[in-house]
Structure formats: structure tokens, C-alpha cells
Design a protein around this ligand. Structure first.
Ligand SMILES: Nc1ncnc2c1ncn2[C@@H]1O[C@H](COP(=O)(O)OP(=O)(O)OP(=O)(O)O)[C@@H](O)[C@H]1O
Length: 451
């Protein structure tokens, strides 16, 4: 009788959630169709569009993005033991040559940074993409590679030698000071063991639900995510370091301070319309991916160390690898222009969906090791980068605000009145969502609001 009751309860639960799950699948199908239609119109319109409609004039940062393609792959070699098995030709259109299991293979990349490249040199190559966000572009910069190869070093960097994120913020605020009114909004999440957590939540971080946006509007919603209006650079730095300190890290076999989660920082930059042009909404996603670490390597070390936390490390390694595999699957589908792109396969790919949609620009910074014992991983990473380099997202597109869509409470580097790091949150909603976007996540750019 008890088991009959239990069965009956289960059945009731299933029935009650059935409509909801159907609606979810329907919404996703709609999203896929509108994504495919968007891709189609982009590929049809792309090269034929007159320059005026394509974006900024020659010489401007956005122009470089359009001409160089919407996904660029940069590679940075970690300093350390030089090996004759990994050699590189640094610079623009550089290459990395590996000699693995008797096979020589040359991988071409958009830019290769040698082991002695400085943080400044790396950022110089990325700065145009970063600044294009102020002109309404959506840009995603992500670091990818084996654990311990320097992803966090490149993205964050030590205080005495800052990496991409702090330099990007500084550069954006410097540029904003030169004129115009802007509003900057920040959100920061991590994906740890497939759970999405708000790194800037005012209370204890809880697991957040990721959902498909309302029907016909596409996009992804992260329920309960906090969005912060950031008035100045100092506050932004403080918030980022707060978020960073909330991130899950642990000592692993390969790295003493290994990031065990993927971290996604999203800045939305709204520029008010002025005599120089209409308002725009740009988005900058900075993604520090957790490192890939072969499960067998992690497993071997787990057994050898007999540490009680090692089972946890092994589980983390597996989920990280699964999500990176899903990212690889998405890249393959995008490259082959498949009708179905498996964005739903992991939380990482779901959240990255808007950043990899038509009209967006993505820059992959691949980190590799030159150590002979890492060669297998290095080749895998380079193959992944090669796949990414062949993806086409269509020409980069700017998002202009409607004429009436000027952001409401604009600020230009206004000094914070009150305690730093306590700006006004706008829980669960993005900054002034456009009527077409239907998105409640800062990870989701508003639709192309070309007026
Ligand atoms: N270019 C570099 N110059 C100097 N030190 C570096 C460089 N790249 C990496 N390192 C050092 O190597 C170590 C590992 O780097 P980091 O933590 O950034 O790796 P990671 O790829 O983010 O690892 P994980 O995926 O495990 O988080 C750190 O001590 C870092 O300071």
C-alpha cells in the first residue's frame, strides 16, 4: 500500500511538471529557430552590407573585429621548461608545432604569445575588442587550457602585474571619461559541479536555476542573479576581488591554487545617445574556465595521496571535463553549421549561448604548457582551439538603443557616496531590458536593437 501511495505521489509530481517541461522544450525549440534565422540573415546580409551599416569606420576597433572574423584564437605559452617537442612562431598569424608520438603537427593561430610575453603585450592585442563594447558590440573573452597553464594568471594576474580583467576595466573607464554618459552593470557567477552560483550575492550564495527565456524571445534566464550598478572603477575592482574570493579553489596535483569552477564576469555598458550618435548597449563577458585535468591523472594522484578530499577533486575534474567536452560539442556544431547546437548539454554552454550567438565576437585565449609530460594535453588543447578558429558567428553587430531607450539613471564615474562595495543591486533583473530581449540575465545581451 505504501509503495502504491509512493508511486501515486510520483505520478502526480510528473503530471504537474509535465506542462512546464513541455513549455521549456517548446521555448528552447523556438530559441533554436530564431537563432538559426538570425544566423541565416547574418550570413546573407554580411559581406554585402554597405560599410555604414556594418559598423565603425576603418581603423576603429570594431572594424578590426569585423574584418578579422568573429572568433579569434590567441595562444599563450606558459613559461617553464622549454622543450624541443613544442616550438612556436610568435606574433600575428603565428603557429605552434608539436611533435607527439612521432607525429609533427603545426597549428595555426591568430596570434601566438611566447613564454616571455608580458601581461601588457597580451592585453594590447585584446584592447580593441574590449573597447568595442562601448560602441555596442558584444564581446566574450575566454581563457581555455590545461590546469596550471596560466588561465587565471592571464585573466586576473597578481596585483603587481594585473591581467586582462583589471586592465580591461581600467581601459574602459579611461575611455568613458573622454566623453558621453555611461551606465555600467556587473554580474558574476561561477559554475561549480554544474551548480550556478552568484559570486556577488548579498547573502550566502545559493544554487541558481538557469532557464530558457520567455517564448519567442530566446535567451537564457538566471533566476535570482544580482546585477550591480557600478559607479566607478574603484568599486568595480573591489567587487571583482570580492567575487574572486568567493570562487571555489583547491590544491590539485597540477596547481596549488587551482580554480575548480568556471567564472563568468559580465559587464553591460550602456551609452546614452548624444550628438555623436544614438545610444548603444555593449556587453563584455570575461570567462575564466576551470582547467582540464585528465580524470586518470587526477585519479592516480587521489589514490597516491589518500587525502579525504581527493574524491571531491576527482568529481570536480569529471564535471569540469564534461562541461568542456560540451563546449567542444557546441563549437563543432557551430563550425559545421548544424541546425541543432547542443547548448543545453551543460550549464557552461547554456550560459555562453548568447556570447556565441550570431553577431557576437569571441576571443579564445588558449594557454598551453611546453613541458614534455603535458604534451598530450597540449595537443588536445590545440586541436580544440583549431576547431574554435573555424567557427563563424557572422559579422560582429552593434546594438543600438532605441531613440527613446536612453538608460534612466546614467552616471559618469560618479564618486560613490557611501561604503565602497555596496552599490545598489537590482536583484534578478538586467539593466533596463529591451522589450525584445525578454532576458533577465546580464549574460544575455539584449537583442539587436537597431532603430
Ligand atoms: N605567464 C606567466 N608568468 C608567470 N607565472 C605564471 C604565468 N602563467 C602562469 N604562471 C604561474 O603558474 C601557476 C598556475 O597558474 P594559474 O593558476 O593561472 O593556472 P590555471 O590555468 O588558472 O590553473 P587552474 O585551471 O588549475 O585554475 C601560478 O602560480 C601562476 O602564477
Amino acid at each position: 500500500m505504501a509503495s502504491l501511495r509512493q508511486g501515486c505521489g510520483d505520478l502526480r509530481g510528473l503530471v504537474s511538471t509535465f506542462t512546464q517541461s513541455c513549455q521549456g522544450s517548446l521555448n528552447e525549440a523556438r530559441g533554436q529557430v530564431s537563432w538559426a534565422l538570425g544566423a541565416l540573415s547574418v550570413s546573407e546580409a554580411g559581406p554585402q552590407l554597405p560599410e555604414k551599416q556594418q559598423g565603425p569606420p576603418p581603423g576603429c576597433p570594431g572594424r578590426i573585429l569585423e574584418l578579422k572574423g568573429n572568433i579569434r584564437v590567441l595562444c599563450r605559452l606558459r613559461p617553464g621548461t622549454p622543450s624541443s617537442l613544442v616550438s612556436s612562431e610568435p606574433g600575428l598569424d603565428g603557429s605552434v608545432t608539436t611533435c607527439y608520438r612521432g607525429h609533427r603537427r603545426r597549428f595555426r593561430l591568430d596570434w601566438v604569445f611566447p613564454p616571455d610575453a608580458s601581461q601588457e603585450e597580451v592585453f594590447r592585442e585584446l584592447e580593441p575588442a574590449v573597447l568595442s563594447c562601448l560602441r555596442g558590440y558584444s564581446v566574450c573573452i575566454f581563457t581555455y587550457g590545461q590546469t596550471g597553464t596560466g588561465k587565471t594568471y592571464s585573466m586576473e594576474g597578481p596585483p603587481e602585474d594585473p591581467g586582462i580583467a583589471p586592465r580591461a576595466l581600467q581601459s574602459l573607464f579611461r575611455e568613458m571619461r573622454t566623453g558621453g554618459q555611461h551606465q555600467v552593470t556587473l554580474s558574476m557567477v561561477e559554475i561549480y559541479n554544474e551548480a550556478v552560483r552568484d559570486l556577488l550575492a548579498p547573502g550566502p550564495p545559493e544554487r541558481l536555476a538557469v532557464r530558457q527565456g520567455p517564448a519567442g524571445q530566446g535567451g537564457i534566464q538566471v533566476a535570482g542573479l544580482t546585477y550591480w550598478d557600478v559607479p566607478n572603477l574603484e568599486t568595480l575592482h573591489q567587487m571583482l576581488s570580492l567575487g574572486r574570493s568567493n570562487r571555489a579553489t583547491a590544491a590539485t596535483a597540477m596547481n596549488q591554487h587551482s580554480s575548480r569552477s568556471h567564472a563568468l564576469v559580465t559587464l553591460t555598458l550602456q551609452a546614452a545617445s548624444s550628438t555623436r550618435g544614438s545610444g548603444t548597449t555593449g556587453t563584455l563577458h570575461l570567462v575564466d574556465l576551470a582547467g582540464s585535468e585528465r580524470a586518470w591523472k587526477a585519479g592516480g594522484v587521489c589514490r597516491a595521496r589518500g587525502d579525504p578530499d581527493d574524491a571531491q577533486r576527482l568529481r570536480e575534474a569529471r564535471t569540469i571535463n564534461r562541461s568542456l567536452l560540451a563546449l567542444g560539442g557546441v563549437m563543432t556544431a557551430l563550425r559545421s553549421r548544424r541546425a541543432h547546437v547542443p547548448f543545453r548539454d551543460s550549464q557552461l554552454t547554456r550560459l555562453l549561448q548568447p556570447a556565441l550567438g550570431p553577431g557576437a565576437t569571441a576571443v579564445l585565449l588558449l594557454q598551453i604548457s611546453t613541458r614534455p609530460e603535458d604534451l598530450g594535453e597540449t595537443v588536445c588543447s590545440l586541436k580544440f582551439a583549431e576547431r574554435v578558429g573555424q567557427v563563424e558567428l557572422g559579422p560582429a553587430r552593434r546594438r543600438r538603443a532605441r531613440r527613446s531607450g536612453t538608460p534612466s539613471s546614467l552616471s559618469t564615474d560618479t564618486p560613490l557616496t557611501g561604503t565602497p562595495c555596496t552599490p545598489t543591486p537590482s536583484p534578478g533583473s538586467p539593466p533596463s531590458p529591451g522589450p525584445d530581449s525578454g532576458s533577465s540575465s546580464a549574460l544575455v545581451p539584449q537583442e539587436d536593437l537597431l532603430s
